[in-house]
Design a protein around this ligand. Sequence first.
Ligand code: UDP
Ligand code: MG
Length: 310
Amino acid sequence: MPQLSVVLPSYNEEQNIKNTYGVLTELFEREQISFELVFVSDGSSDGTYREICELAGSDERVVGAEFSRNFGKEAAIFAGLDMSRGDAVVVMDCDLQHPPETILLMLEKWKEGAEVVEGIKSKRGKESPLHTFSTNIFYSLMTAFIKMDMKATSDFKLLDRKVVNALLELPEKDTFFRALSFWVGFKTEKVYYEVRERQYGKSKWSTGSLIRYAVSNVTSFTTLPLKFVSIIGGVFVILAIGLGIQTLVRFIMGNAASGFTTVILLMLIIGGLILISLGIIGNYLARVYEEVKGRPRYIISKTTSEKEKL
Ligand code: UDP
Ligand code: MG
């Protein structure tokens, strides 16, 4: 019987672990699906890992690991993919905002031959207006740069073993899981789901961390912003030529204006653009630097299988 792995990145989710475990095991047992749950605690400062260990001790279908510090959800997802053994791997949040029953639909599509089953949000759960505002900006940015509808896609998806292996083989350290599963290709199907409300704890995202996440994802996935710099440069050269001709003509006609406003405005605009452009280039440079250093994506400090050896 094919096995299913469920990868659950968890950061300070001590209240959610056991509940999620209960809901998932009940569902899979009822549907007679053979499964394993892979919990990756992303350097949690609460009892998340303790909860995972307790589960792993009483149920061998649970495996888990703890990071040496908080490396972010992306890292936790990849660690989970690496630990998973199933023929199909589902990645989902451990706060049950991704409805578990959707996994059954995903499995159906997978059995019909799909290799990637994307979970598409048909409705977002309740969020504060500020959060909705910043996620909206985030997704419009992402959609503009990455050219796929980011608003609907999520990290909730099913991947065939082949796809998981392809993803794990990518050498880059700074990843964007959501877009990468689209980048690797394969036969893709969609299922729709409604985002539920979080039962325990609160969202780990602040507006600041979302902005950082957006910038980091855009720069790790596409070089389009770099091309922007050249495009803006080109536009300004054309404008400059026009303005130059106009100034020359005026000068020759003998009615050159004192033109102070123009100079100041141009200086401000061009100065601003140069700084922005340098910022963009700097961002990519930082990225290249990070990748060249070749540091691991994450560091695992403990795993539940290790404990058995003691
Ligand atoms: N998460 C993580 N590392 C982090 C932040 C979040 O592993 O640094 C996990 C978190 O435990 C949860 C999932 O990512 O399982 C989604 O996080 P959250 O619910 O806070 O985000 P939201 O649902 O509000 O987008
Ligand atoms: Mg959540």
